[in-house]
Design a binder for this molecule. Structure first.
Ligand SMILES: Nc1ncnc2c1ncn2[C@@H]1O[C@H](COP(=O)(O)OP(=O)(O)OP(=O)(O)O)[C@@H](O)[C@H]1O
Ligand SMILES: [Mg+2]
Length: 380
């Protein structure tokens, strides 16, 4: 069993608080994907778990054993870096065997593990080559192989696919998912790629400036963002936000609307809002549809800011009052839509998310209520 428990992890570097008290548990055999903007502390967190950095506060437990005072070699973790860091003068076989040779494992055991792992990663035919004779994807698999032969309790991956082109990324991502199922080991995986994060993760953890914003199954973060930052981080394109004021008609159980500059949208009944409350309206691109006619209360009117055609799909930015929203649409249905043109979008209001709007929120204003779209629990 190798669950990883991070308790109150703090890290200061050069007088700056890099990690500000992270509490996070990764279950045995779970693949946890760590995401967050550049500089939020992802690599630092992995390096702390690996033992390459010292904690400023908190505890790290692996498999029920406190490890934060142990040297890296005694923690039984393997880290795969973004730069594969292979030894250029060694063959693939020697690169993969290196760590085991240092551990003074018997030669036959080393050979067996290397052969097995090479087969798993389809590197069998490349064992006698040197890194410069390999493609990027092959090098990446060797780096992974070097970690796997050690059979660690925990794998740490720091953006292992970021140097690969899109096609190879896709292929290696699928292999990685398979590998995780075969090995059944605990993995913490850092990526900037949302598709990678959504598809690989059993659970996902989102960091922002050294703090944990939310952790849970990927869809839970997507559908029930705990705050505005989480909503705005996930999704490509991400959620758009419109500043609005809640309007409640009549007394008790009245209908709720969100009014802002240039729009007035009906809100589904389940929001508990009082009249005059300042809110952010979170709108997902898939909840906006091109619709010349739609019922008032579900309509956003504005002018086109930008159109991006990606193939089948297109993204349309619409300026509404002093805000913008992004819609996802079928490119073929756009016609000759040009920036500046007037456009109306129908809002699937059941998909709206509502966040507090206050000066103190700093972008991470809490969600006010859960409604519609797979709502499971009250978000608090
Ligand atoms: N040796 C150091 N001294 C001072 N600050 C550091 C040091 N190393 C990293 N930092 C700072 O710590 C913060 C977190 O860095 P880290 O590399 O963990 O971010 P990250 O989330 O991995 O970012 P990226 O997505 O760009 O890889 C950054 O603000 C960085 O500038
Ligand atoms: Mg990093």
């Amino acid at each position: 069993m190798a669950e990883v428990e991070l308790k109150g992890i703090r890290k200061e570097l050069g007088g700056n608080a890099i990690l500000r008290g992270i509490d996070l548990a990764v279950a045995d055999g779970e693949l946890l994907v760590l995401v967050g903007p550049s500089g939020c502390g992802k690599t630092t967190l992995l390096r702390l778990v690996a033992g390459l950095e010292e904690l400023s506060g908190g505890e790290i437990w692996i498999g029920g054993r406190r490890v934060d005072a142990l040297p890296p070699a005694e923690r039984d973790v393997a880290m795969v870096f973004q730069s594969y860091a292979l030894y250029p003068h060694m063959t693939v076989r020697e690169n993969m065997a290196f760590g085991l040779t240092l551990k003074k494992l018997p030669r036959v055991e080393i050979d067996r593990r290397v052969e097995e792992t090479a087969a798993l990663l389809e590197l069998g035919a490349l064992l006698d080559r040197r890194p410069r004779q390999l493609s990027g994807g092959q090098r990446q698999r060797v780096a992974m192989g070097r970690a796997i032969v050690r059979r660690p309790q925990v794998f740490l991956f720091d953006e292992p696919l970021s140097n690969l082109d899109a096609a190879l990324r896709h292929q290696v991502r699928l292999e990685l998912g398979k590998l995780h199922r075969q090995l059944g080991s605990t993995m913490i995986y850092v990526t900037h790629d949302q598709v990678e994060a959504m598809t690989l993760a059993d659970r996902m953890a989102l960091l922002r400036a050294g703090e944990l914003m939310q952790a849970g199954p990927p869809l839970e973060l997507y559908e029930q963002p705990r705050n505005r930052f989480v909503g705005g981080f996930l999704g490509a394109p991400p959620m758009s936000f419109l500043a609005a004021t809640a309007r409640v008609d009549g007394a008790g159980g009245g209908r709720c609307r969100a009014e802002g500059r240039g729009f007035s949208l009906e809100l589904p009944g389940s929001f508990e809002l009082h009249d005059g409350r300042e809110i952010w309206l979170g709108v997902r691109p898939e909840d906006l549809a091109l619709a010349p006619v739609a019922p008032e209360g579900r309509l956003l009117r504005g002018s086109v800011d930008a159109v991006e055609i990606l193939g089948w799909e297109a993204h349309v930015e619409l300026r509404v009052g002093d805000g913008t929203v992004t819609a996802r649409a079928e490119a073929a249905r756009l016609g000759a839509l040009r920036p500046g043109a007037p456009l109306s979008l129908e809002v699937r209001t059941e998909g709206l998310r509502i966040f507090e709007r206050s000066a103190e929120g700093g972008g991470a204003e809490p969600a006010l209520a859960a409604a519609g779209k797979g709502a499971r629990a009250h978000v608090g």
